[in-house]
Ligand binder design. Structure first.
Ligand SMILES: *[C@@H]1O[C@H](CO)[C@@H](O)[C@H](O)[C@H]1NC(C)=O
Ligand SMILES: *[C@@H]1O[C@H](CO)[C@@H](O)[C@H](O)[C@H]1NC(C)=O
Ligand SMILES: *[C@@H]1O[C@H](CO)[C@@H](O)[C@H](O)[C@H]1NC(C)=O
Length: 538
């Protein structure tokens, strides 16, 4: 169900003189007014309460260009406090805009709040969704595309057109009922189906024979990894979460929760319709959603069988992940090679080994990282930090490696020195698939392996051309290793992108910090900041 609604979309170029050191035309502004409300939708044929943005499900796609200022005024017309997070938008010096409960007070019911973000030095395909409660199980999500500036050449042929493709899983169950299920200590039920742009089988993309098109594919699912493929066509992977890749050719590609990939497709086949397929990975039964690639002028419907993709195969996925390599000579958001920063040669300042676990605390299901199951304090960590409000969090709340003993509830915050170069091992000793998203900094996923990580395995790292990204998968009973330069000062969320896990505690924050207060390293609290919890009286 997709309504065409006229968006309040203004585009203004302001020439301002920024007195201090130089005078230049300020980067362009893009303004959005978003009304977030409930509305009846029926993605799988069952009428239920959806979360719409300006009447739309999925929400409108944000199209921006590197360095643009994106101003989104969000009106909360739901019946619960709301925040929207911008998954993969770096928010340089500005964790105030990240839209998670550790950085922002939620937008109260019948109130509005304006996000002010800059796409500083960013390109790529990203996504947004509500970060509060289980709201995203009802919608509220959309695509967030940051295009290169005209002066920056991208390393692939200019597509005729780009398509935003959002793959999600769906439950024929109200988001509050799902939340109550989790609150009562039970696990999340399996989804009822998969959707492509909010539809199980009827999304359609029209394109011309001979043309090359860019598909910006995001997995916005709450729990489900997907395999994406197009009948009769191969795909060139050109960009993954902000890094230009080596454009290898794939018949199908795995995309895990929270991840996004840009794929170039050339229409070289006979004029007819073809199936676009997203099917679930590592689930029983396998869920499948289809869309249509419609060749202009085609009068022939897409014909089955659907192209076959991997289903349970874990090793296949791990192998494919290792083939995604960074194009070191391509431009990044700036006109210099992506690989000019040799990430593999930088000494590691600190290693964190983060182990996830599922447990019961007070008889109820919880998930934890290094034995701490996160609970949100009523005062956002960032706000407490700014006003020096004690008693909200402590910096000794989580250990660098998983301690022995039982899981506990807590508010885990890592204390990280600004500019520290950190190795993080995600050690998954559960027989369950994991996906982790880090806000504020992209990272290099340097290794994936089975079993238990140990320091000897560093020899197997890809220290040359791992493609940087914001979201990394961890296979069952396996580990994934990332290297990250934590040079973005602020309070940053490291979360499971598997949403019921995150809702039940599988997340933490990184306080990337130095004691020098300067607007050159971090912006001040926004003038419109909402104050809640212990900050209300401050
Ligand atoms: C709420 O929206 C109004 C415009 O309708 C705007 O002037 C105001 O700044 C917004 N409030 C916040 C806190 O962003
Ligand atoms: C890498 O980027 C360069 C520079 O833009 C481009 O010429 C080249 O085709 C790209 N290589 C691959 C394999 O994508
Ligand atoms: C490290 O792990 C590898 C792979 O599981 C194993 O072969 C090796 O013996 C381990 N080394 C040490 C020192 O534990």
């Amino acid at each position: 169900m997709k309504q065409v609604t006229s968006l309040c979309f203004y585009f203004a170029i302001l020439a301002l003189s920024l007195g201090a050191f130089y005078v230049h035309a300020e980067d362009p502004y893009r303004f959005f007014d978003w009304v977030v409300s409930y509305g009846t939708i029926a993605p799988l044929g069952v009428k239920q309460r959806g979360i719409l943005i300006n009447g739309q499900f999925p929400g409108p796609t944000i199209e921006a260009v590197t360095n643009d200022n994106v101003i989104v005024n969000v009106y909360n017309k739901l019946d619960e406090p709301l925040l929207i997070t911008w998954n993969g938008v770096k928010q340089r010096k500005n964790s105030w805009q990240d839209g998670v409960l550790g950085t922002n007070c939620p937008i109260p019911v019948n109130s509005n709040w304006t996000y002010k973000m800059q796409m500083k030095d960013q390109i790529g395909t990203f996504q947004y969704f509500p970060s509060t409660l289980m709201h995203r199980a009802a919608g509220g999500y959309g695509g967030f595309n940051v295009l290169a500036r005209e002066v920056i050449a991208v390393p692939y042929p200019k597509p005729i057109q780009q398509f935003t493709v959002l793959v999600s899983d769906w439950w024929n169950v109200d988001h509050k009922v799902l939340q109550q299920t989790l609150d009562s200590g039970k696990s999340m039920p399996s989804p009822n189906g998969l959707l492509i742009n909010g539809l199980p089988s009827s999304a359609s993309f029209t394109a011309q024979k001979g043309g090359t098109y860019l598909f910006r594919v995001s997995n916005v699912a709450l729990t489900t990894s997907i395999n994406f493929r197009i009948q009769g066509h191969t795909m060139h992977l050109v960009e993954v979460e902000g890094g230009h890749t080596m454009q290898d050719v794939y018949d199908s590609i795995d995309i895990h929760p929270g991840q996004s990939s840009s794929i170039l497709v050339t229409l070289h086949a006979q004029v007819k319709d073809y199936f676009i397929v997203a099917s679930s990975r590592f689930t029983k039964p396998v869920l499948t959603s289809t869309a249509i690639l419609h060749y202009q002028g085609s009068k022939t419907a897409a014909a089955k069988p659907l192209p076959i993709g991997p289903t349970y195969h874990i090793h296949w996925s791990m192998k494919q992940a290792r083939t995604i390599r960074w194009n070191l000579t391509a431009n990044a958001a700036r006109p210099n090679p992506q690989g000019s920063f040799h990430y593999g040669t930088i000494p590691i300042a600190r290693t964190l080994v983060l182990a996830n676990s599922a447990t019961k605390i007070n008889g109820k299901l919880r998930y934890a990282i290094n034995k701490v199951s996160y609970i949100n304090p009523t005062t956002p960590l960032k706000v407490a930090d700014y006003f020096n409000i004690p008693g909200v969090f402590s910096l000794n709340s989580i250990k660098d490696t998983s301690p022995s003993g039982p899981e506990v509830l807590g508010t885990s915050v890592f204390d990280i020195n600004l500019h520290d170069y950190v190795e993080i091992i995600f050690q998954n000793n559960e027989n369950a698939f994991q996906s982790y998203h880090l806000a504020g900094s992209d990272f290099w996923p340097v290794g994936y392996g089975a079993g238990q990580w140990n320091a000897t395995l560093r020899r197997k790292y890809n220290l040359i051309d791992a493609n940087p990204r914001y979201t990394v998968q961890v296979y069952p009973n396996s580990w994934s290793a990332i290297l990250v330069s934590l040079d973005n000062k602020g309070m940053w969320n490291l979360r499971s992108a598997i949403w019921p896990r995150r809702y039940l505690g599988q997340e933490l924050y990184m306080r990337v910090w130095n004691n020098e207060k300067s607007l050159y390293t971090e912006y001040d609290i926004p003038a419109n900041a909402i104050l809640c919890g212990k900050a209300k009286q401050a």
